[in-house]
Design a protein around this ligand. Structure first.
Ligand code: TYC
Length: 112
């Protein structure tokens, strides 16, 4: 009498029910993104923050002013989302520029 193959009939012991990962991985890997955050403080002049946002984040004067006011009122805001390398560079540029002008402005990055 013809019989169906049993689990133990196969050399791999799977009986054919279990799928084996043979498909080549074709998913696109997106690089992780990082948020650049600007923090409020009581001393950095508003005009300086607006200038930073225009200079390092390419914002128009009107948008930079809006974002500066958001940070001023809420304490923190995301000012851009970038690859790690770019985010790290932006943070370093802002921190260095603030330090050179003796302002306590703080800028940091956070994984998205
Ligand atoms: N709070 C500051 C002031 O009143 C202005 C300010 C805004 C400072 C945004 C930092 O990230 C900042 N002069």
């Amino acid at each position: 009498m013809a019989m169906r193959p049993q689990m133990t009939d196969r050399r791999d012991g799977t009986g054919g029910e279990t799928s084996v990962a043979t498909r080549t991985k074709t998913r696109t890997q997106r690089p992780p993104l990082y948020k650049v955050l600007l923090l409020n403080d009581d001393y950095t002049p508003m005009e300086f923050v607006v200038h930073v946002l225009e200079r390092f984040f390419g914002m128009s004067h009107a948008h930079a002013f809006d974002v500066m006011l958001t940070v001023h009122k809420k304490g923190v805001a995301v000012v851009g989302v970038f690859s790690f390398e770019v985010a790290e560079t932006k943070v370093a540029q802002v921190m260095d520029f603030a330090r050179r002008h003796q302002h306590p402005l703080q800028c940091t990055l956070e994984k998205e």
